[in-house]
Design a protein around this ligand. Sequence first.
Ligand code: SF4
Ligand code: SF4
Length: 171
Amino acid sequence: MDLVILESAIEPQPDADRVASLFGLGRTPDGWFAEAHPKLRPVETATAGVFLAGTCQGPRDIPDTVAHAGAAALEVVRLFNQGEVTISPTVAVVNEEECVGCGECILACPYNAIARNARGKAEVNPALCHGCGTCVAACLPGAITALHFTDEEIVAQIDGLLETYSVVRIP
Ligand code: SF4
Ligand code: SF4
């Protein structure tokens, strides 16, 4: 054996659901918080600026936990040292005139990036939005648009692809 652990089984904290929902964190099948990528982004989460350290991600021994916490701390320092944060321009925007305030997009957004504003309309926080497009599909009145991925732009891309494909197939 490389490692023998004499310890009773551990499981996620009882409030893990609430914390995951608050920060838009992914979960493993066992309920631990999930990293963005196990090899390439082991302390990052799907929510920019939120990092994981220690046993919130699953059982770990002490050296592993300390190394993990150090890596998470470095990520925070790196973020602060940037001075400013660049966010993607591919975010969702709400047309308030078409929004009926049903809240479906708020429920659908996996990153908690949408909330109701003072007028009862949905409003996207561009710093949290990942541009996934889930809210666009969830909004029945069609009040949300994903910038740079409007219906017209997607149809134009499909037309372009079909045109290229026809040129290749029919010389
Ligand atoms: S789903 Fe559409 S209509 Fe409903 S709150 Fe969201 S933006 Fe408004
Ligand atoms: S595009 Fe995705 S992340 Fe952005 S507000 Fe819509 S559902 Fe949320």
